[in-house]
Design a protein around this ligand. Sequence first.
Ligand code: P6P
Length: 330
Amino acid sequence: MENSRIDLPIGVTLDRFIKSNENEYIGAVGAFSQLLRDIALAAKVVNRELNKAGLIDIMGNAGIYNSGGDEQKKLDLLANTRFIRALSKGGEVCGIISEENESFIDLENNGKYIVAIDPLDGSSNIDVNVSVGTIFSIYKRKSDFGKPLSEFDFLQKGRDQKAAGYILFGPSSMLVYTTGNGVNGFTYEPSLGEFILSNINITCSQNGSIYSINEGLSKSIKDYKIINYLDFCKESGYTARYIGSLVADFHRNLLKGGVYLYPPTNKFPNGKLRLMFEANALAFVIEQAGGKARNGEMDILDIQPTTIHQTTPLYIGSSDMVDKIEMPSL
Ligand code: P6P
């Protein structure tokens, strides 16, 4: 589809950008625009709470565990509540799946859209004031209106996403998203309470020299292609950068070129990252920016999910770097 985007200058607000490009969202009649606004609203609320996390008792563990066995942080639960509340009130969403909830949430309304969300990824870093992020995917409902939702509505391939993106809560907070027509970034201006267009049509360089992996896992990686690739990176003098927050590592690699790897390990034989809550959204963004996202055998976006919380190996970033990872011998 030719780029139907209306070119807008740096400095316009997210609201203006969404409104000006509403024609992209076929059949949206404003519903899709409102959904994007609902996500931005929740992001502003979470941003405010993260900024004062050190001052009020919302850090640390909540003493409960999510379905993936991760100990939930108080801020995980707080962010989850904020996004679910904003999406529920907006009325455009009929169902939600969240990394923090075991099963899907049927909002029992006639909303057109389904949202998959990781409300606060990398939250183990928040207690030490390191950047964290929210990752979201938007799909169309598949079942007929008026019928109860089922897993069928949620287990959609990443290729079927209508939009996807992330919010990076960092030195400055950013919302980066795509609707399948390029990738744009909006920087949050707290004094205005607005996300402002700051990065137009972001593209990921075809190659790069930054690789992101938890090197502490090296002894538990069995795939020789990954071991060979890590040796290649070191022999090539690449830079190792690993923040431990996927959104932060992904965003740096998107802007500077690079690749993030989370291969199968002894502890996570199918990979650690969630297909529906992390990999699919970032795979949509990276492909729209000219990069690649693979699981070692196929495009992430072509994986047919079988369970809501399934995990996947993830190799994502500059296309030439991702290609090299899968080469049998370098
Ligand atoms: P490890 C955070 O828990 C996360 O999901 C990603 O944000 C991050 O890249 C990865 O896991 C870190 O995992 O095993 O290196 O601590």
